[in-house]
Design a protein around this ligand. Structure first.
Ligand code: SF4
Ligand code: SF4
Length: 138
């Protein structure tokens, strides 16, 4: 049944006094829930180079490259995070036993330059252990 314009007035009038259901983004922003999963943040100084985050990522968004030994005996690693592939599932953070990865509430990730979707960092670490294999092997 087609409603006439006149029949819509009472409903429109009722809604004039109701609180708006949307926000005027980007001028207003909703408060995100504590469980919101946004862009990842890394604490490379805690990383052990085990690559479990890379293995567990379902979308190949994380790469941990072994760049060889440093003079001081540490091993150099390069982390490559592809934000454009990331599903923000949080699996990498869940899998990382050294709490080297956290999910932030950052969600405004649009870029005009596609190179900016790839975030790289290099760091050296002393401890290199595949903790999962150590655990599974008992
Ligand atoms: S799982 Fe954690 S410790 Fe292992 S490589 Fe990834 S960030 Fe580093
Ligand atoms: S949040 Fe999920 S998709 Fe993104 S890098 Fe981590 S495991 Fe991969």
């Amino acid at each position: 049944m087609v409603r006439t314009i006149g029949s819509m007035f009472p409903e429109a009038f009722r809604h004039l006094w109701k609180k708006r259901a949307t926000v005027l983004y980007p001028f207003e922003k909703l408060e995100l829930t504590y469980r919101y999963r946004g862009k990842l943040e890394f604490f490379d100084e805690r990383c052990k180079g085990c690559k479990v985050c890379e293995e567990d990522c379902p979308s190949f968004a994380m790469e941990i490259k072994d760049e060889g030994k440093e003079q001081d005996g540490k091993t150099k690693f390069r982390r490559i995070y592809h934000t454009d592939r990331c599903l923000f599932c949080g699996q990498c953070a869940e899998s990382c036993m050294s709490e080297s990865i956290i999910l932030t509430k950052e969600f405004e990730l649009a870029e005009s330059d596609k190179e900016k979707f790839t975030i790289e960092s290099t760091y050296s670490t002393e401890i290199i252990a595949k903790e999962r294999e150590v655990k599974e092997d008992g």
